[in-house]
Design a protein. Structure first.
Length: 75
């Protein structure tokens, strides 16, 4: 059984970080496929917002990465 979790990272400046939230917590996915599906839906919604005139342009897929989730260690 694979317990690997996944996250969608966003390029912010020169750094990749998880800026997606669910219930005020970083959004983590149970599989790569779940993360990919969420990203595809996000990009589709952004393009819809552009088409409706609510956004000036949509982010491209290369502004995101799907990566294995590694929990932060409290210091």
């Amino acid at each position: 059984m694979d317990s690997q979790k996944w996250e969608v990272l966003t390029l912010t400046g020169n750094h990749w970080e998880n800026t997606w939230e669910l219930d005020c917590e970083p959004e983590i996915f149970d599989s790569y496929g779940d993360a990919d599906a969420a990203l595809v839906e996000h990009l589709r919604e952004c393009q819809w917002a552009v088409d409706e005139g609510d956004m000036s342009d949509a982010p491209s897929r290369d502004a995101f990465r799907i990566a294995p989730y590694v929990a932060a260690v409290a210091v």
